[in-house]
Design a protein around this ligand. Structure first.
Ligand SMILES: Cc1cc2nc3c(=O)[nH]c(=O)nc-3n(C[C@H](O)[C@H](O)[C@H](O)COP(=O)(O)OP(=O)(O)OC[C@H]3O[C@@H](n4cnc5c(N)ncnc54)[C@H](O)[C@@H]3O)c2cc1C
Length: 408
């Protein structure tokens, strides 16, 4: 018995590919999934809500959200992009909603509905789904591929889709088949700070402009920053970590960070400060602050770092005190100790080199009938639904193209 298509990895990209392959008439499809459950990452994604994609409809803007793969994704998205993914899920019966910031979630706010949607078509069409089925080796045969599972069970297939996500075993299989692996490094993580007084501000979230300096490379982003008891997190840090992932890795995660707490220029802050000092000279610095967007807890930490105690009044502020305060507000420096203890939306940067994949079909340039999709390839995005989007896109293209290799 030989299958038309074996999919290794029962995750987002694998199920998208299976569903599309079914719609294109492929009959015998088998999924092998190592773990006990399918679509486990979809289940835990987006805090259990699953951020399916993003309402970034313009492909030339969309690709800017991918630190790796930006150039190559433009062609892939011209075939199946965010709008096609949005329509695809709605047509398959999953109602979606767009949040203010552009992130798209199931209307039910439940990732289990995304799982139902993806698995329903596969189960209904009779796709053979094997969980607890770890693929340990792939051999090229006269008819296609011999897939060797843990326990030495053998399965034959004409076509093979490798979509094992960030798991090292999938990269190992790709390497055995002759593909080059771009060194995997983590992306999308929080940062720990060395001896930071910001610890006492844990839980505060605000907009900030951040400059990250790793050796001589500089990365600047503006967005929501979250202060934690170990350091800094939030969308702006995850974005910076994604764009600096390789630099940070090479520098053993040692770096400096400069925070502009108000996203304002030196000139703007100076003007506001001068006006406030003129109007409220006898008020306490700790209790009366010109910048009401800065939470009081954080303001007091910054005042203390500038050397002003609770008794300080605005009229006590010397010229050099004022300069110190301005610098702390626009250029507050901290040293990075390393990655934070948790990855909020951890993905792997690196994977199968795009140079060895035909990006019109997602087929290997080395072996006919071998396809790749999802996180296993050297593509990754920032938070906001962009990681699933490239899984839907590459899964859809792989599922569509392999049906041309099968007489349906
Ligand atoms: C906590 C968390 C939250 C996230 N939230 C979001 C979000 O809201 N939106 C977003 O866009 N992205 C999110 N992501 C990223 C997203 O989950 C991934 O980009 C996506 O799941 C990758 O899909 P995939 O199909 O490539 O791989 P996966 O979903 O990882 O699926 C690969 C499957 O292959 C299996 N496998 C591996 N090796 C083998 C083998 N040898 N044999 C058989 N099976 C094997 C694995 O067990 C796994 O089930 C999140 C990630 C995490 C960790």
């Amino acid at each position: 018995m030989i299958s038309d298509l074996v999919i290794i990895g029962g995750g987002a990209s694998g199920f998208m590919a299976a569903s599309v392959a079914i719609d294109n008439g492929i009959k015998s499809i088998v999924i092998f999934e190592s773990s006990k459950k399918i679509l486990e990452k979809v289940r835990i994604s987006g805090g259990g809500r699953c951020n399916v994609t993003n309402a970034s409809w313009d492909n030339s803007n969309l690709v800017g959200n991918y630190p790796r793969g930006e150039k190559q994704l433009l062609g892939l998205f011209s075939r199946f992009s965010t709008i096609q993914a949005f329509d695809w899920f709605q047509k398959k019966g999953l109602n979606l909603k767009i949040e203010k910031d552009g992130r798209i979630f199931p209307q039910s706010d439940s990732s289990s509905d995304v799982i139902k949607c993806l698995s329903y078509a596969a189960v209904k069409a009779g796709v053979e789904i094997n969980t607890s089925s770890h693929v340990k080796e792939i051999k090229i045969s006269n008819t296609g591929y011999d897939v060797l599972l843990q326990g030495n069970k053998l399965h034959r297939s004409r076509n093979l889709l490798l979509c094992t996500g960030g798991h090292p075993s999938g990269r190992k299989l790709a390497k055995q088949l002759g593909h080059t692996i771009v060194k995997p490094v983590p992306s999308l993580f929080s940062l720990s700070l060395i001896n930071s007084p910001l610890k006492s501000c844990s839980g505060i979230s605000l907009n900030a402009r951040i400059k990250l300096v790793v050796n001589k490379s500089k990365f600047v982003e503006t967005g929501k920053l979250l202060l934690t008891h170990w350091g800094i997190s939030g969308p702006v840090i995850l974005k910076l970590s994604a764009f600096s992932a390789r630099c940070l890795y090479s520098n053993n995660y040692k770096a400096e960070i400069f925070i502009n707490w108000l996203c304002k220029t030196d000139h703007e802050i100076r003007q506001e400060l001068n006006l406030f000092i003129t109007n409220y000279p006898n008020k306490s610095i700790w209790n009366y602050r010109p910048f009401v967007d800065l939470p009081k807890r954080l303001w007091i930490v910054l005042c203390s770092a500038s050397g002003f105690d609770a008794s300080y009044k605005w009229s006590n502020l010397s010229k050099s005190d004022k300069e110190k305060l301005i610098q702390l507000l626009i250029n507050n420096k901290y040293n990075i100790k390393g990655r934070g203890p948790f990855g909020d939306e951890f993905v792997t940067a690196g994977g199968v080199s795009l140079k060895e994949i035909n990006l019109k079909t997602m087929e290997s340039k080395i072996h006919k009938g071998l396809y790749f999709a999802g996180e296993i390839i050297n593509v990754d995005g920032i938070t906001g639904g962009f990681n699933f989007q490239h899984c839907w896109t590459t899964g859809w293209i792989a599922g569509t193209s392999c049906s041309f290799n099968v007489n349906v």
